[in-house]
Design a protein around this ligand. Structure first.
Ligand code: FRU
Length: 502
């Protein structure tokens, strides 16, 4: 009992300190944020957590270290929205203040209980010390219950420990619980784990009430096919197929299909419920750009499934923002569908509410460079459709953005290799990190559609109606707002541009 009281006081202190800190410091962020992408209230943000609709609002929690623009002891930050674009900050909800999570409250998810309370499940990171004094990290799953603003950690945490990991599974890499409702009224949970072959696997658990959990089975195994450890699962039924999203560490590149390092993976297939394994039919990278990781999805009341990811990557974390007050952004909400064994993603239609007037240039023949003042900007929804002119296929087509003279980021389509490249290497980036990636696309004889969403520091590119997506952060000077189009060989193009303003 005494132990409980002591822990109770301890908990209040760390959480309240963070709540005070963010309240006192958020005004310093004024004018520094992108326009419609969610950033941390102050400090550092990584993965989206507990993305959900609860009590009439969308809730986004996130991995959060308020005191610094670097990763540190993880808290859960919190924001709410009614349209997924205008976010209002609420106080931080979780702090690393218990013995079982004192090294951090890592990623997790949320679900509404049948009595209306909100349950969040997260990974508590602690340490164990062996007889020689060697410390080892230990990851367990913990829950907290709340009303959408304040959450109380369950007194019998952790609810899943190394005792619940099947034989051979790692006790150190056991994280990122993803809750979902079963048809049978049960709550299911998928947790990322590392198996004895050193690569990832997904463990399924079930519960009647969200507090008492039981191991069901391993439903998917990496077997060293896609990177090593699988982080941050999401698992859902979409358009008749089951979809497993995960973010693998230590990927090896497959040219045009997967990038090396921390990547994203979408597995599409069939699943017959808890007595069966997930049978994978297709795989793809979720986003072939540089800065996209750990996405979570929700279904809206109108049936659309919306995905938001952390718009950054662990491998490029030293690509700092111009301010040392914050680091990390969330992507725009993207509507996802499954068609012909592939995940498609397009900007959620809510984005259209930010549009200004349409400016279009249609059926223009281009061989060389074209730019026009009226097309410039750093907050844009820009669609370019390119096709061969008079039956002759051009070689390359490039859209340059965030440009001033010879400094620019670009997206370039090479018709011979059927490859789209996204690059910030000439955009004034000062770090020798990964600055360019490529994505192999269907060759339609030089016909391609590029939709580019720009917001001050980022570009999200959707290719051929969302069949491929590529995302990049570009923290160059805000006065670099030029847009230009460069065709190597004659092409016919349509340009449609909307400014985006919140
Ligand atoms: C993924 C991740 C998660 C973990 C969290 C820690 O980006 O490594 O696996 O829960 O970040 O902040």
């Amino acid at each position: 009992m005494f132990e409980q009281v002591i822990k109770g006081i301890y908990m209040e202190d760390i959480l309240n300190k963070a709540r005070e800190y963010e309240k006192e410091n958020e005004s310093k962020m004024e004018g520094l944020r992108p326009s419609f992408h969610l950033t941390p209230r102050v400090g550092w943000m990584n993965d989206p957590n507990g993305f959900c609709y609860y009590k009439g609002q969308y809730h986004m929690f996130y991995q959060y270290h308020p005191y610094d623009n670097h990763w540190g002891p993880m808290h859960w930050g919190h924001a709410v929205s009614s349209d997924l674009l205008h976010w209002e900050y609420l106080p931080v909800v979780l702090a690393p203040d218990m013995e079982y999570d004192k090294r951090g409250c890592f990623s997790g998810s949320a679900i509404e209980l049948s009595d209306g309370r909100h349950l969040i499940m997260y990974t508590g990171v602690s340490e164990t010390v062996d007889e020689n004094g060697n410390k080892t990290e230990c990851q367990t799953q913990c829950v907290a219950v709340g009303d959408g603003v304040n959450y109380v950690k369950y007194e019998n945490n952790p609810v899943l420990t190394s005792d619940d990991v099947p034989e051979g599974g790692s006790h150190i890499d056991f994280r990122d619980p993803r809750l979902f409702e079963g048809k049978d009224g049960l709550i299911y949970c998928l947790v990322g784990n590392r198996s004895s072959d050193t690569s990832g696997q997904m463990l399924l658990y079930k519960s009647m009430d969200g507090f008492k959990w039981e191991f069901v089975r391993i439903i998917a195994q990496n077997r060293n096919s896609f990177g090593k450890m699988w982080e941050c699962p999401d698992f859902f039924l979409q358009d008749g197929k089951w979809v497993l999203l995960t973010s693998p560490q230590d990927m090896e590149a497959i040219p045009g299909r997967y990038n090396s390092g921390n990547g994203t993976l979408c597995l599409i297939g069939n699943w017959d419920g808890e007595d069966s394994d997930f049978e994978v039919e297709n795989n793809q990278c979720i986003d072939n750009g540089i800065d996209y990781y750990a996405p979570q999805t929700i279904t809206l009341a109108d049936g659309r499934r919306i995905m938001i990811g952390w718009m950054q990557n662990w491998d490029t974390c030293n690509n700092y923002t111009p301010s040392d007050l914050w680091c990390g952004q969330m992507s725009i909400p993207r509507e996802v569908t499954v068609r012909d064994g592939r995940l498609y993603q397009v900007p959620a239609k809510e984005i259209e509410s930010l549009r200004g007037d349409l400016i279009s240039v249609l059926n223009m023949k281009l061989n060389g460079e074209y730019s026009a003042e009226i097309l410039n900007g750093r907050k844009l929804d820009l669609t370019v459709k390119i096709r061969p002119s008079e039956g002759k296929v051009y070689d390359n087509f490039e859209v340059r953005f965030f440009q001033k003279d010879n400094n620019y980021a670009f997206v370039k389509y090479n018709t011979h290799e059927s490859m789209v490249t996204l690059s910030r290497e000439f955009a004034g980036v000062r770090r020798a990190i990964v600055n360019k990636t490529s994505c192999s696309v269907d060759n339609k004889g030089g016909e391609i559609e590029l939709r580019i969403i720009l917001d001050k520091y980022s570009a999200e590119v959707f290719i051929n109606g969302g069949k491929y997506a590529m995302t990049i952060d570009v923290y160059n000077d805000q006065s670099f707002d030029g847009i230009s189009f460069v065709s190597d060989g004659e092409a016919l193009i349509d340009i449609e541009k909307f400014s985006l303003e919140k």
